[in-house]
Design a protein around this ligand. Structure first.
Ligand SMILES: [Zn+2]
Length: 255
């Protein structure tokens, strides 16, 4: 099991960690600042810095899977495939020796992650601007897209202006939690048809945007900026009619 430090503090850029396993799924650490692909948000990239200073580049991060394909509580850090193959074979790759029990520093590519956080928080603003159910979401460092289950047309300029207004208002973004029972009593809190909040632990993580004025409140496990002002210049670059009942909003950074 990997302790997920990014859930309590999305601004942690590195941590000390111990290697708990090296498998075909990647390098598993006892704790990490690397966010694994999930909820539409891309997995983090970065480096693992070994005791001697050697760095192993990490190109992606995924949740660990059990043999039946279900997710477990491991977080797997993926080096390039050829590096992982060498590590599995001999414990060595590109001058680095890595073994279970080794202590290292896990450091994310912060500028990449910060772009993901800015886009991810903007998708919550879109949920406020477009009060419809979401049936698809993809957040990458270069663009994001959110698919709404709706038939009415959307206006690119109106949405871009709406985002700019919410960014300028500098609304705080806070992490909280509700119980499974509270969520059952308020099913409308779940705005996604495609991603269900993780249950079973008794508590479900929530993200609230807005202080006195509530902008958005929903269960979410991703990483967000602490204030909408930090989003900066994010615009709607495209609106697509993906199907008769789906409108896709594509986000990008202003040129
Ligand atoms: Zn979120």
């Amino acid at each position: 099991m990997t302790q997920d430090l990014f859930r309590t503090d999305a601004y942690l850029t590195e941590c000390s960690a111990t290697v708990s396993a090296i498998t075909a799924q990647g390098i598993v650490l006892d704790r990490t600042v690397f966010y694994p692909l999930g909820g539409g948000q891309a997995g983090d990239a970065g480096v693992l810095v070994l005791a001697g200073g050697t760095e192993i580049p990490i190109v992606d991060t995924r949740k660990g899977k059990t043999e039946d394909g279900s997710f477990n509580d491991d977080i797997c850090h993926l080096p390039a495939p050829e590096v992982l193959a060498l590590l599995l074979q001999s414990g060595q790759a590109a001058g680095a020796h890595l073994a279970v029990g080794d202590v290292l520093t896990a450091r994310i590519d912060w500028s990449r992650r910060h772009r993901l956080m800015r886009f991810h928080t903007t998708t919550h603003l879109l949920c406020h601007l477009v009060p419809q159910l979401v049936n698809g979401c993809s957040i990458t460092p270069d663009y994001a897209r959110l698919d709404f289950n709706m038939t009415d047309a959307l206006d690119k300029e109106v949405l871009t202006a709406g985002i700019a207004r919410l960014v300028a208002a500098a609304h705080p973004v806070t992490v909280g939690a509700i119980t499974d029972e509270e969520l059952d009593a308020n099913p409308a809190l779940v705005k996604s048809m495609s991603v269900q909040p993780p249950r079973g632990t008794g508590k479900i993580r929530t993200i609230r945007i807005g202080d006195l004025e509530l902008i958005d409140f929903q269960p979410c496990g991703g990483t967000h900026v602490a204030n909408t002002a930090e989003i900066g210049a994010v615009i709607v670059t495209k609106i697509e009619k993906k199907s008769a009942s789906t409108r896709r909003v594509v986000l990008g950074f202003a040129p």
